[in-house]
Design a protein around this ligand. Structure first.
Ligand SMILES: NC(=O)c1ccc[n+]([C@@H]2O[C@H](COP(=O)([O-])OP(=O)(O)OC[C@H]3O[C@@H](n4cnc5c(N)ncnc54)[C@H](OP(=O)(O)O)[C@@H]3O)[C@@H](O)[C@H]2O)c1
Length: 301
């Protein structure tokens, strides 16, 4: 099969389209013929070596976390999805024509969703939802500020926080205010000091941005409040008596199925900026890294 191999840490020049053997479905696994994947920030963080300490790679390796395609083989003991099912999944090694992953990675694709565009969903929707449900855990009526709220993970976090009945504040760049207003929640510009001063006391922050943007929000969280982040623990938050939880996303078939249904019913939207073929993975990653204003879908099948 054709796959994109990362041959060494570095820039996009280290990504090479090559022929490699097809993976085989083991017990409890499904093999999927890929229709699409998408680019995520973790792809270039792994590629560049920025995550070398945290997640060392055995090179060469096929990167890519998102999968959309059709089941072509079912490993021994798998009970759920059958050959022929259209699925999406949070997997490893997705920039390839075939992917094998545990049953729990996959969810049935709702018929209303475009199967190519659905490749944009798994990692970002699960991350946003798990950030809220596992790290922030808001109660109804609590005020939760979501940083990067018009980013892909941020949109899913806003969705999941509202689903739980939280009062959501979308924290974005000033230039993103208009886009954020479409989410129909309160909006604050992180680069506007006056707006930040006027923020109410927060019960929690669901963070998808990290760094200075998060640091200046920490004093706004009430004593005993919570910070959940997908970018590791922010410095100085625990010392203030806040509950701090760094979240790392994991596969969850049931939750992914429910989020896919929400997308099919247009209750959750993840904008797509471009669709590009697997052969153009270098350009796709370059575009995404510069900021494409939406997901870059990678067409495979
Ligand atoms: N821990 C995990 O398991 C996990 C899983 C998935 C993703 N992540 C991480 O989550 C982060 C978000 O991913 P994503 O796919 O949602 O990316 P994305 O779609 O690019 O969204 C990021 C959003 O944050 C905004 N932003 C960045 N810096 C900002 C700042 N200083 N002030 C205000 N807004 C700022 C961006 O605006 P601009 O476009 O204008 O910069 C964009 O709207 C990434 O760092 C990714 O690596 C972690």
């Amino acid at each position: 099969m054709r796959a994109v191999l990362l041959t060494g840490y570095g820039d996009v020049g280290k990504l090479e389209l090559q022929d490699v053997p097809e993976p085989v479905a083991g017990p409890g696994e499904l093999k999927v013929r890929m229709l699409s994947s998408s680019v995520n920030p973790v792809d270039w963080k792994l590629r560049s070596g920025a995550y070398r300490q945290r997640t060392p790679l055995e090179l060469p390796v096929i990167l890519g976390r998102d999968a959309s395609g059709e089941v072509v083989a079912v490993g021994e003991g798998s009970r759920g999805l059958q050959v022929g099912a259209k699925v999406i999944g949070l997997v490893d090694h997705a920039f390839a024509e075939y992917v094998v992953a545990s049953e729990n990675a996959w969810a049935e694709l709702p018929a209303e969703l475009d199967p190519v565009d659905a490749g944009a969903l798994p990692l970002v929707v699960l991350t946003g939802a798990q950030l809220i449900e596992e790290a922030v855990r808001p109660r109804p009526g609590e005020v939760v500020l979501v940083t990067g709220a018009v980013g892909s993970v941020g949109r899913a976090a806003v969705f999941a926080a509202r689903e739980r009945g939280a009062e959501v504040i979308a924290a974005v760049r000033a230039q993103q205010r208009e886009e954020a207003a479409k989410l129909k929640v309160d909006v604050v510009a992180l680069d506007d000091a006056t707006e930040l001063q006027r923020l109410p006391r927060l019960d929690a922050i669901a963070d998808t941005v990290g760094g200075d943007a998060l640091a200046k929000l920490i004093p706004k969280v009430k004593p005993g409040g919570t910070i959940g982040s997908v970018l590791g623990e922010p410095a100085g938050a625990r010392e203030r008596g806040l509950a701090v939880r760094a979240h790392f996303t994991h596969p969850d078939s049931k939750r992914l199925a429910a989020l896919a249904r929400a997308a099919a019913e247009k209750r959750l939207a993840i904008p797509i900026a471009r669709r590009m073929p697997l052969a153009e993975i270098r350009a796709a990653q370059t575009l995404a890294e510069r900021g494409a204003g939406g997901k870059i879908v990678v067409r495979i099948g």
